[in-house]
Design a protein around this ligand. Sequence first.
Ligand code: UDX
Length: 437
Amino acid sequence: MRISVIGCGYLGAVHAACMAKLGHDVVGIDVDERKVLELSSGRAPFFEPGLEALLKEVQATGRLTFTTEMSSARGNAVHFICVGTPQKKGENGADLTYVNSSIDELLPYLSPRDLVVGKSTVPVGTAARLSQLVIDAQPAADLLWNPEFLREGHAVSDTLHPDRLVYGVSSGSEDDRAVDVLDEVYAGLLGTGTPRLVTDLPTAELVKTAANSFLATKISFINAMAELCDAAGADVTLLADAIGMDDRIGRKFLNAGIGFGGGCLPKDIRAFMARAGELGADQALTFLREVDAINMRRRSRVVEIARELCGGSLMGQRITVLGAAFKPESDDVRDSPALSVAAQLQLQGATVTVTDPEALANAARRFPELHYERSAEKALQRADAILLLTEWQEYRNLDPYETAALVSTPRILDGRNILDSSKWRAAGWTYRGLGRP
Ligand code: UDX
């Protein structure tokens, strides 16, 4: 099939490459010329494991091109909307500028029977509005909402092997032509048994925000337990293991630490609250305010523990922060808890050096006032304290004895509770976890 993918960021670039991998003829369209140039030459404009290899593989087949020209969408049967919906400045709601402009620009190029497929995370009600715009412009065309659940760092495999596919159609019925068209697009995934659910438009939009809200709630739940464990002298890691053995609860997303960040969970729960308010259902989501508050409190708690670790004052302390990305296997620093902590430490008088295997360029653009060092070994030299804030494998593998030889004082705050505390203590370190005695 001939497919357009509009928006080539973390979602769209991966989606475009994966659609070509499934055998389709794909054009990725983005307003950012630099991004288009990089993608066109087979380079991923951001770090995502497996993406660059996949780009090269599918580009060699001639089935994947990139352009800034929306007119290239003309003649394609399916148009995926993959643009970002960031948080509005100073407000909780989602900024739909990019969704609106991409639809506006696409409308003149729609042909009868085209299918527009929304993948961006949008406030419930958006799809119905956009569907009307599509039908007004081209009565025989249609719009379907197909939320995306991929995780950064696993985006390629999540796209090629999703847990489920959700199709929101205006009729809410399986017997919709739009369902058949998208089934043809995803034939390769459906053929391997991927479950597919057909819903109405608002349900499909809500599936995405509900899923992210649930995940955020799970993380904040365990972080609230970490606060209690701290107060009671208990161990949140063992607590998570024990409650996670109950199948109904499950161990995933119960890792207490410095909290969640990234381009999705924080802004999605806020946009969800804002939208519930508009719908007169704000009470239903007041708990998300608490989820957000618990999450933000983690960052101040880490700063507090860092101060304790440094003997009561951060002034003049040389602190090394391991990790800048919001999670490992990504160079994304949007709402990164690690960077937010690093910036607060610096504000409070510490001299902070941040290291990260992939995210330093993005981090430096966002927080130019911090010091950055690519080599972890150099970053660790003469540190008065280390804060492990993003759990990259190379930090998990650090040897406590070798690391002790680099630093000035062996003190470590394990912001992701991933190190073996007894091993580090045995090597002479003052070790602090979060919610661990
Ligand atoms: C999330 C959703 O998982 C995904 O389905 C959706 O499509 C987009 O949003 P992503 O933002 O890539 O994906 O990251 P995710 O793996 O969900 O992690 C989010 C944040 O939670 C990270 O900062 C991570 O460090 C943190 N986290 C995760 C925890 O603090 N504890 C955990 O147990 C799990």
